[in-house]
Design a protein. Structure first.
Ligand code: ADP
Length: 446
């Protein structure tokens, strides 16, 4: 920044200096031309008055010429010398200072002196430089240059100060970001940046880093939970199997059908867990092959809710299914996968409902979208859990401790909906209600 501003300031100073010098020289040349015209006019007046030339004609101008460092020679109409100044004498005068690259080379111009359109004489005006500058002219030029140099120095100082202030504004938060990323990479999630910066981009970066920290922290929590959950889920059926089989070998338990069925249930639970993990893996790897067809959502949801008849009865739950029966709510999608979506959400609604609860399913249209809401008046989801329920293996505390599950149902739902360009949102109040809203693209069937 400093380098750029110094270059810019120096360049503009050079340009300003050149522009001032050119304008000044032009102004001086104009002055000189006016002076020459005035002198020629003066001699015309003298001839008009005397009607001829003599050795003293206009001599009084010599003093001014010496003082201003130019040389005058008067010639008659036949170019015969009447009087003239010696250019050599000018060299000693210090009244005017010659400048320009042609410094020291004497040059002159001849002007005609006319009276009534007849040439009556010639006037040669010469000088040692194309532009003559007096001491005050030189002083004027020097004071301009001095002002330019002072303003350049001031501008450079100001730009250095501003550059340092601005770069500090960037470097301070960037240093904080780099410290935080080092801490995050070491697994320290207690760090956060809460400073406010006047730079919008820095503020955005700060927010992103805080979000990143929350995500990493949550992922870390989920990973730790995953290991403990999986080992717990695996250990429990294995322990039960081992203890029961050992007891049967030792003859403590009789080998009865009921006991074998119980052990079989544990094996089934065990393999279900592995199947779930496998399904998740399939979705994560995007190996999924979708078979698209037109699906009538009201028919599909109706048939799914019938499949839950036993579970609903067990908990005395009621499903209220509302949609306009005159309309067909059709979407394009993979029937099995969309079925999986509703099975997962409805089974969650049943699982997390208290007995004698209600589940409301609504289907309706809004612009080019079909919306399905599935609401229950069950245990609800804590506000801090809400952003994470679609994460892999995330389970709310309650469901972790009391209600069985694997924490991948909603992850699969989200993945399937993403593959169908559909969206899902959730709103919930603890111990009151939970509502999932699914938004599909509508298909118009003639
Ligand atoms: P799980 O196998 O635990 O049900 P999901 O991925 O289906 O896994 O759900 C993740 C978490 O979201 C659940 O553990 C639970 O805490 C919460 N959740 C999902 N649906 C509901 C609901 N209808 N009511 C309350 N909590 C819910």
């Amino acid at each position: 920044m400093i380098l750029c501003s110094v270059i810019a300031i120096i360049l503009s100073a050079v340009f300003v200096n050149m522009a001032v010098r050119n304008t000044f020289n032009k102004y001086m040349l104009d002055n000189q031309n006016q002076r020459n015209a005035r002198i020629v006019e003066y001699f015309q007046e003298i001839y008009k008055r005397d009607r001829n030339w003599n050795i003293d004609s206009g001599r009084e101008i010599m003093h001014e010429a010496y003082m201003s460092s130019y040389c005058i020679t008067l010639l008659d109409s036949n170019k015969k010398l009447i009087w003239g100044m010696n250019p050599e004498n000018l060299k000693d005068t210090k009244h005017s200072i010659m400048m320009n690259k042609d410094n020291g080379v004497y040059s002159s111009n001849i002007f005609e002196i006319k009276l009534e359109n007849k040439i009556v004489g010639y006037l040669e005006i010469g000088q040692y430089s194309p532009i003559l500058l007096s001491q005050s002219d030189i002083n004027f030029q020097m004071s301009i240059n001095k002002s330019i140099i002072i303003s350049v120095i001031l501008a450079i100082i100001v730009s250095i100060i501003i550059s340092i202030i601005i770069s500090k504004q960037f470097s301070k938060p960037i240093k904080a970001f780099s410290d935080i990323s080092v801490k995050l990479s070491k697994g320290d999630y207690s760090v956060s940046i809460n400073d406010k910066s006047s730079i919008i981009e820095i503020n955005k970066l700060m927010n992103s880093i805080n979000v990143l920290r929350d995500k990493l922290q949550m992922q870390d929590k989920i990973r730790k939970r995953l290991v403990s959950d999986i080992s717990h889920e695996i250990r429990t059926p294995l322990n039960i199997l081992q203890n029961n089989i050992e007891a049967m070998i030792d003859g403590i338990f009789p080998v009865s059908e009921e006991r074998l069925n119980y052990l079989n249930d544990e094996v089934i639970r065990f393999s279900k867990l592995l199947n779930n993990l496998n399904t998740l893996n399939e979705f994560e790897d995007e190996k999924i092959d979708l078979k698209f067809s037109i699906i009538n959502l009201s028919k599909l949801i109706n048939s799914i809710s019938k499949e839950f008849y036993i579970d609903l009865n067990k908990k005395n739950l009621k499903i209220h299914f509302q949609f306009n029966r005159l309309k067909s709510f059709c979407i394009v999608g993979d029937r099995d996968k969309i079925k999986q979506v509703f099975i997962n959400i409805i089974s969650n609604a049943i699982k997390f409902s208290k007995s004698h609860g209600n589940i409301w399913i609504n289907i309706y249209e809004k612009r080019e979208k079909i919306l399905v809401t599935i609401k229950d008046d069950g245990i609800g989801i804590k506000e801090e859990d809400l952003p994470y329920i679609f994460e892999r293996l995330y389970r709310g505390d309650k469901s972790r401790n009391e209600i069985k599950g694997s924490g991948i149902g909603l992850t699969i739902v989200k993945r399937i909906l993403l593959l169908h360009s559909a969206e899902i949102t959730v709103e919930s109040t603890v111990n009151k209600e939970t509502e999932f809203k699914l938004i599909f693209n509508k298909v118009n069937i003639q």
